[in-house]
Ligand binder design. Structure first.
Ligand code: GRF
Length: 200
């Protein structure tokens, strides 16, 4: 499976995918990492593992479609079959989604549909939920919406801070993202009526 990763920041989820491939658990190849942020740590990680990487400057394009087309050009150049958003801090337009429908995944640090958008872990703490978690889903043109592939739950503890809860959730992110990509690579992720079924 040829993967392209979109990342804006630290890239710890990118790292978990790299590690899973290196360990022989995931049969896939990261063909390219694209970032909308110059100097993103995710690009350094790609560089370290000799993965092609590219900064695409959103400000260099006259509109969102042109910016996305520049990313699509790179994804096509590398024959990418699955786009993996790993801390990519932008919502895809219908233009992008149409071309990659059910071929672009996102991870979000909440049990969707709760707590979409920024600071999901803080939103969970502020609400006072007792169970939090993370979700891997196919991305559509909404904010953290689209068919859910995998979720993992963690307890919220009374003395949690945003940091401690985020860390507990992140451990699960690093487990389920490679797992979801593995299921996809095995052709076991089926989308029917907007819902995902995992084939046995
Ligand atoms: C993760 O918490 C992910 O769920 C969210 O953004 C964060 C990215 O972290 N979408 P990293 O860049 O993968 O370390």
């Amino acid at each position: 499976l040829k993967i392209g990763v979109l990342a804006s920041g630290r890239g710890s989820n990118l790292q978990s995918i790299i590690d899973s491939i290196k360990a022989g658990e995931l049969r896939a190849e990261i063909k390219v990492v694209i970032s909308d942020k110059e100097g993103a740590k995710a690009l350094d990680r790609a560089e370290k593992y000799d993965i092609a990487n590219k900064y695409v400057n959103p400000k260099a394009y006259k509109n969102k479609e042109n910016f996305e087309q520049a990313m699509i050009d790179v994804l096509e150049e590398y024959g990418v079959e699955l786009v993996v958003m790993a801390g990519f801090m932008r919502i895809l337009s219908p233009y992008f989604v149409k071309q990659y429908r059910n071929r672009v995944m996102n991870i979000h640090p909440s049990l969707l549909p709760s707590f979409t958008g920024l600071h999901a872990q803080k939103q969970a703490l502020d609400y006072g939920v007792k169970v939090a978690g993370c979700t891997v889903h196919f991305a559509d043109e909404g904010m953290d919406t689209g068919p859910i592939i995998l979720q993992a739950a963690v307890p919220v503890k009374d003395d949690d801070t945003e940091e401690t809860l985020s860390q507990r959730i992140l451990v699960e992110e690093h487990r389920i993202y490679p797992e979801a990509i593995k299921l996809f690579s095995e052709g076991r992720v089926e989308v029917k009526n907007g819902k995902v079924k995992i084939r046995k």
